[in-house]
Design a binder for this molecule. Structure first.
Ligand SMILES: *Cc1c(COP(=O)(O)O)cnc(C)c1O
Length: 377
């Protein structure tokens, strides 16, 4: 008999989601937009403490609109972390701009301020910097925002993985000119698919809503003076988001408990280290990851294979963008300078994302720990 499937991170619904959906059906607000969309925008903005938000069809759409709003065009340079999901940098290319990849630093796995400074020595006027808070751990935002301010370059914060994580008491996603969140199926809260663009700037968010609804000029007939997109979130989907948002704190607490259980269980194995936290912030613990000492007898592939044999889902760390065939031509700035292996490549080669589903039981987690430990001790 096949063992029970244990997931990396699958949706966790609570019931309130269906009430908001039911309301949408009962009032026939099934068509795009409607009260759930307006409320979800307001509720999420209030949660993270920012005045304006636009609910969109995906986090990727939110990044694309941030790129458009910052007038990033053909040939413009945009600095972007290498260790991330491709959705962070694809929208740069949608606009025919050029991503330049920045390595990670080992303390948080996020964009290295040192490598970022070096990139500014070669490219003095990039159009924007995009930073990411990988696996829910906040980046070194003091350093990154100081560099951006000094260079007068806007920051886009890809907080797709870090909703609810904070840095010095302020939520990630609210530090840049624009911040984005994702509600994709495996994120800390989900709407099945969706995203949010947030900003201090009302005009930017108003413009984002305009671009996201096909850029229709205010006229009775269909009049367009710009290229638009169909990027809005539907009122049904927004209902799921409203229900989920009520449980975000609880999801974070459960994710944190998973992380701490792993950290404690592997503490006596020197070859295993958990993904780093940022002492200046609070992670949302979206995914628990481990890295393995290269001298150890066990490889990440062996860990993933051993878990898969028991029907347990795990994943590699994101493969750095500067190693992707599609971005082979792009420039890259390493944390340690050009001579040695990059930090991002090192993390990729040694890392594994462990099951971090908040529906996993104590027994599930103990089983995972038992399997992993057996490979090391
Ligand atoms: C999930 C994710 C996105 C994309 O969000 P979608 O809602 O799936 O479009 C962007 N950046 C990062 C870092 C992500 O993890």
């Amino acid at each position: 008999m096949k063992e029970k499937r244990i997931y990396l991170a699958s949706p966790t619904m609570h019931g309130e989601e269906q009430e908001f959906i039911k309301e949408a059906f009962d009032t026939n607000w099934v068509a795009p937009l409607g009260p759930n969309v307006d409320c979800f925008e307001k509720e999420l903005a209030a949660y993270v403490g920012i005045p304006h938000a636009a609910a969109l069809s995906a986090g990727t759409a939110a990044i694309h609109l941030a790129v458009k709003l910052l007038d990033i065009k053909e040939g413009d340079i945009v600095f972007c972390p290498s260790l991330t999901f491709s959705a962070t940098c694809n929208p740069i290319v949608y606009e025919k701009a050029v991503p330049v990849f920045i390595d990670s630093e080992p303390d948080t796995w996020n964009m290295s301020p040192e490598a970022l400074r070096r990139a500014f020595e070669k490219y003095e006027r990039p159009k924007a910097v995009i930073c990411v808070h990988l696996y829910g751990t906040p980046a070194k935002l003091d350093e990154i925002t100081a560099i951006c301010r000094e260079r007068r370059v806007p920051l886009i914060e890809d907080a797709a993985e870090s909703l609810g994580a904070s840095y010095r008491g302020k939520y990630t996603g609210t530090f840049g000119e624009y911040g984005i969140f994702s509600f994709n199926g495996n994120k800390i809260i989900t709407t099945s698919g969706g995203g949010m663009l947030v900003s201090e700037k009302e005009d930017g968010i108003v413009k984002a809503r305009f671009l996201a609804t096909q850029a229709r000029d205010p006229a009775r007939h269909y009049q367009h003076s710009q290229i638009g997109y169909n990027y809005r979130m539907s009122n049904v989907i927004a209902g799921i988001g409203r229900g989920q948002l009520q449980h975000l704190k609880e999801h974070i607490a459960l994710k944190k408990a998973i992380y701490e259980t792993y950290a404690e269980a592997f503490a006596d194995i020197p070859a295993i280290r958990m993904n780093p936290l940022n002492p200046d912030g609070e992670a949302n613990y979206w995914l628990s990851c481990m890295t393995i000492d290269p001298q150890a007898k066990t490889t990440p592939d062996q860990v993933m294979d051993a878990l898969a044999e028991h029907n347990i889902e795990s994943r590699p760390i994101w493969k750095p963008m500067h190693l992707q065939p599609v971005f082979a031509e792009c420039d890259f700035f390493s944390h340690r300078g050009s001579s040695s292996e990059s930090v991002s490549e090192d993390i990729f080669r040694r890392g594994v994302c462990l099951p971090s589903d908040i529906k996993n039981t104590r027994e599930d987690t103990e089983k995972i720990i038992r399997i992993v430990r057996s490979l090391f001790v």
